[in-house]
Structures are given as structure tokens and as C-alpha cells.
Design a protein around this ligand. Structure first.
Ligand code: TYM
Length: 332
């Protein structure tokens, strides 16, 4: 049996270059290695922890799904599905709630951040969000979870919950490990390089969307905040803005950081920033064209979603049977 990989993305807005470089790019690379059985899901249950109009959620779920296809995930090779189409996620999430401690969830930094940002709607779902994420991962017996650095704490919690559950009932769950890229695990805002690039950032100049026009990508890279000395040198502590652009350029071109320092030695930001823009355009524009084509064919998207749902549901059912037996639910 191939080792399993599972990861997910919320259908809560258009994904950014941060999502792409921190997570999606690795999803495609791992698919291409051919040694893993990969499941990737659009997590719409997670997306409702923040209130949004029904039409917007529906549209964003189609869009996110189309984007995953457009960036090169092959639905024949991977299981690509929408979380709410497989009810076992919610079922296992309830069960795991009973094996997760209040104190553990209180320590989650994303909960602290999000509850401060959405102070008028600190619902229980926001608090138990990591338990649903643990359910996503454990349901498929995933070995590896490719994510950006901001999700590391959640993957570690999933592992702790699995260890606790297995400690009581025996080897029910595979213990998952995070897979975080050494460069690109945390792509920063173009306007405040001390904060991560976030799809929910209200400032459009801070982020590059995967659907952004070439023109707009070039402008945003040129306007990215850097420091006043104009040396292209990698030093995230004292030069966070330019170091972030260097990480982006490295991932977009396949060049190493020393190669980039050499390439722009003595040339300054005036040459470097437009080159970053061009590299990002070359990286994203083919996917954008494919995305537009796919969004014009909702019938196709739904047929692929159905296929993904059926494959995911079959894998989930095998785990749920083990879980129900282990806990002592009556099976008929
Ligand atoms: P989400 O939807 O916020 O982001 C999807 C993926 O993109 C990564 N990411 C980044 N990586 C580098 N730099 C950035 N600036 C950046 N911003 C986002 C995230 O780390 C993530 O890998 N809770 C998860 C979704 C989820 C999940 C799961 C992930 C639900 N269930 C099970 C893995 C396994 C989230 O909100 O990701």
C-alpha cells in the first residue's frame, strides 16, 4: 500500500501566492513523485466558522476546486473532493472532540488570532476548528500533511489526539507528520513583511491572488515594501521584505538564494523587483487561463467532484468502521 497524503484548503476567498508556494506547489510535486496516494480537499465546513453569504461560499468552493485542477492536480491520479460531500468528517470530528482537551485548544495561536479578528462571532466552531482538521487527516490514515508553517501547530495537535486515542483503543489511527517546505513555508505580506500573506487581508496590495492579471502582479511586485539599503541579500531578520521577494523568486525560478544574490549583485532593487514580477507572471498565468476555461464548465467540475467524493467516502468508511468498533458503538 502506498503511503497516504492528505491536505486541504478553505474555500474562503481566492487563494494567494502564499497558498500556492507554501502548499499547492508541494501538492503537485508530491503527486508527480508518484509514490504517494494523495487526497486533497476543499474544506467548506471549516470556511463557515466565519460568517459568509451562501452564494459566496458556493461560488468560492467551485473556484477553489477549479484552481486546484488548473495548477496541475490530476483528478485521475489524486482524490480531489469537497469536505462537506463526505459526512464522515463531521462525524469523526464530534468523536475526536471527546478526546481533545479544552486546554489544548486554548493554546492554538490561530484561534487566538481569529477570535481577536472576529470578536463579534467567537463561535464554538472557531474553537474546535483544529479538531475538524484532525478528523480530516486521521479519517484517511494520512502519513504526511503538506502545509505552510502556520498549520504546523494544528498538525501536531492531530498527532497528539491520535496518540491519545490509540493509547486507549490500540492502533486505530496512523500518526501524521507535517511536511513544510524549507523555503516558502511562510510567504509574507508584500506591504508588511512581518505578517504572513493572507487571503483574508483587506489590503489588496499585500497579496497576489492566483487569478490576478499579469499587469497587476507586476505592479504589486514593484510596489512591495523593502528596506532603504538596496542590496539584494537574504536576511529575513533585518531585511524581511527583500528576503520574502527572494524566497518567491527562488521558488518561481528554481534558482538558489546564493545564485540570486549573485545575479543581482550591484544591480539593486530597481532590477530585482521587476524580475520577481516577471517570474511570478510566468508561474501563474498558464494556471489562470486554465482556471478560466474550467470555470466555464461547471458540469465538468461537478462530475469530477462526484468522483472524488465517492473515492474519499470509500476510504473514510474503512476508518469509521474501525473507530466505531473501537469505541463500542453498536453496529447493526
Ligand atoms: P488555509 O486555507 O488557510 O491555507 C491553505 C494552505 O496554504 C498555506 N498557506 C501558506 N503557506 C505559506 N505562506 C503563506 N503566507 C500561507 N498562507 C497559507 C497553509 O499553511 C495551508 O497549508 N486549516 C487549514 C485547512 C485545512 C487542512 C486540513 C490542511 C483543513 N483541514 C487538513 C491540512 C490538512 C487552513 O485554514 O489552510
Amino acid at each position: 500500500m502506498k503511503k497516504r497524503i492528505l491536505s486541504g484548503v478553505q474555500s474562503s476567498g481566492t487563494p494567494t501566492l502564499g497558498n500556492y508556494l507554501g502548499a499547492f506547489k508541494n501538492w503537485v510535486d508530491l503527486q508527480n513523485e508518484g509514490v504517494y496516494d494523495c487526497l486533497y480537499c476543499v474544506v467548506d465546513l471549516h470556511a463557515i466558522t466565519v460568517r459568509r453569504p451562501p452564494e459566496e461560499l458556493r461560488r468560492q468552493t467551485y473556484e477553489m476546486y477549479a484552481l486546484l485542477l488548473a495548477i496541475g492536480l490530476d483528478p485521475k491520479v489524486n482524490t480531489l473532493f469537497v469536505q462537506s460531500h463526505v459526512p464522515a468528517h463531521a462525524e469523526l470530528s464530534w468523536i475526536l472532540n471527546c478526546y481533545t482537551m479544552y486546554g489544548e485548544l486554548s493554546r492554538m495561536t490561530q484561534f487566538k488570532d481569529k477570535s481577536a479578528r472576529h470578536a463579534g462571532n467567537v463561535n464554538a466552531g472557531l474553537f474546535t476548528y483544529p479538531v475538524l482538521m484532525a478528523a480530516d487527516i486521521l479519517l484517511y490514515q494520512a502519513h504526511l500533511v503538506p502545509v505552510g508553517g502556520d498549520q504546523k501547530q494544528h498538525v501536531e495537535l492531530s498527532r497528539d489526539v491520535a496518540i491519545r486515542f490509540n493509547g486507549i483503543y490500540g492502533e486505530v489511527f496512523t500518526l501524521p507528520e507535517p511536511y513544510i517546505p524549507p523555503v516558502g513555508g511562510r510567504i509574507m505580506s508584500l506591504q508588511d513583511p512581518t505578517r504572513k500573506m493572507d487571503k483574508s487581508d483587506p489590503n489588496p496590495s499585500a497579496k497576489i491572488l492566483l487569478t490576478e492579471s499579469d499587469d497587476s502582479i507586476l505592479k504589486k511586485c514593484k510596489r512591495a515594501v523593502t528596506d532603504s539599503d538596496s542590496q539584494v541579500r537574504y536576511d529575513p531578520a533585518t531585511k524581511p521584505g527583500v528576503s520574502n521577494l527572494m524566497a518567491i523568486y527562488a521558488l518561481a525560478t528554481g534558482k538558489t538564494i546564493p545564485e540570486i544574490e549573485n545575479e543581482f549583485s550591484g544591480l539593486g532593487y530597481g532590477a530585482f523587483k521587476p524580475a520577481v514580477g516577471q517570474a511570478v507572471v510566468a508561474l501563474l498565468s498558464p494556471a489562470r487561463r486554465e482556471y478560466e476555461r474550467l470555470m466555464a464548465d461547471i458540469g465538468y467540475l461537478e462530475s469530477v467532484m462526484r468522483d472524488g467524493r465517492d473515492r474519499a467516502a470509500a476510504a473514510a468508511a474503512a476508518t469509521m468502521e474501525k473507530v466505531r468498533n473501537a469505541i463500542g458503538f453498536v453496529s447493526l
